[in-house]
Write a protein that binds this ligand. Structure first.
Ligand SMILES: C[S@@+](CC[C@H](N)C(=O)[O-])C[C@H]1O[C@@H](n2cnc3c(N)ncnc32)[C@H](O)[C@@H]1O
Length: 281
């Protein structure tokens, strides 16, 4: 058995997110918090990761008495606990699977969920029902969703870099969708759903009070930077498509694909991101 490389260890623990998230996800944090009105007392962040949004909210809103994070990854919860330790009893972090969310004995003025919803496919409706039951009167759920263009096989966004990497490692281009399907790796551009699909699911539980859009453009200054972004963001979701002894080469090839795109196009990727403001019906 070969020893796992540093990047494989990073992927298995989702480490390095504070650094990696500067490339894309961190912009959602301030964007969402900019929409908060009034003086929130309770905020719940769904898929709170390493606690960056909760920390920013605690700094911004002195009225915030309960900043609550729900998160599945034990590594991320541990990192968040260290980050948020200075805020003492204003913070609570709970291990949670958002595809089967448990009720909490509180109501929130603000619920946030940034860069998470695609991981809940096809069970997103459960978190909308949960949010409807946990919003305080007049509260809002601020949600960001990503919408990469997709091809006839449902591939797009990160799937394209993964396809480049698999081709570089020897898989014929046209066999990539079949390889993903056989390994039960659902393309991310399928997971993200369309705005219309989401609006329909959301509308069963919540009212869409408004939305904003931005184009999330990712640029890098080298292949290694993207290799680490991919490992910190997608973990081993895609790398399990290749045998263990080829995983280090897979991560390297994803980074090389990103850098090739950067030099050819001036960016690695861009995609519309929507910020939804949802309220009780
Ligand atoms: C791309 S990160 C976003 C983290 C943070 N919200 C941000 O904007 O930086 C996605 C997060 O969702 C978490 N996640 C994915 N599926 C989840 C699930 N079923 N239940 C709880 N958390 C989940 C991951 O562990 C990860 O921390």
């Amino acid at each position: 058995m070969t020893a796992a490389s540093a990047v494989e260890i990073q992927a298995s623990t989702l480490a390095g997110y504070a650094d990696a998230s500067r490339l894309r996800q961190v912009q959602d944090r301030d964007w969402a918090l900019d929409q908060v009105t009034g003086e929130p007392g309770t905020l719940i962040d769904l898929g709170s990761g390493i606690g960056q949004l909760l920390q920013a909210a605690l700094e911004r809103f002195p009225t915030l008495r309960h900043a609550v994070g729900l998160e599945r990854s034990e590594h991320r919860l541990a990192e968040a606990a260290v980050r948020l330790q200075p805020y003492g009893e204003r913070v609570s972090l709970h291990p949670a699977d958002l595809t089967a969310p448990e009720p909490l004995p509180l109501r929130a003025d603000v619920i946030t969920q940034t860069s998470v919803l695609h991981w809940l496919y096809p069970w997103e409706e459960r978190i909308f029902a949960w949010a409807a039951a946990h919003l305080a009167p007049g509260g809002s759920f601020l949600l960001t969703t990503y919408h990469p263009a997709r091809d006839a096989h449902g591939l797009g966004g990160e799937d394209e870099l993964v396809r480049d990497a698999l081709v570089a490692l020897g898989t014929p281009y046209e066999e990539v969708p079949g390889l993903l399907a056989r390994a039960d790796v659902l393309p991310i551009a399928t997971r993200t759903r369309t705005v219309e699909d989401l609006a329909e699911v959301i509308g069963r539980h919540l009212r869409v009070a408004g939305h904003l859009e931005r184009d999330a453009v990712v640029t890098v200054d080298g292949a290694a930077q993207y290799e680490h972004f991919h490992a910190a963001t997608f973990g081993d979701y895609y790398s399990r498509l290749v045998p263990a002894e080829r995983r280090a080469a897979f991560f390297r090839a994803v980074g090389e694909s990103a850098w090739r795109r950067q030099t050819e196009r001036g960016h690695v990727s861009h995609m519309p991101v929507r910020l939804w403001t949802l309220t009780s019906r």
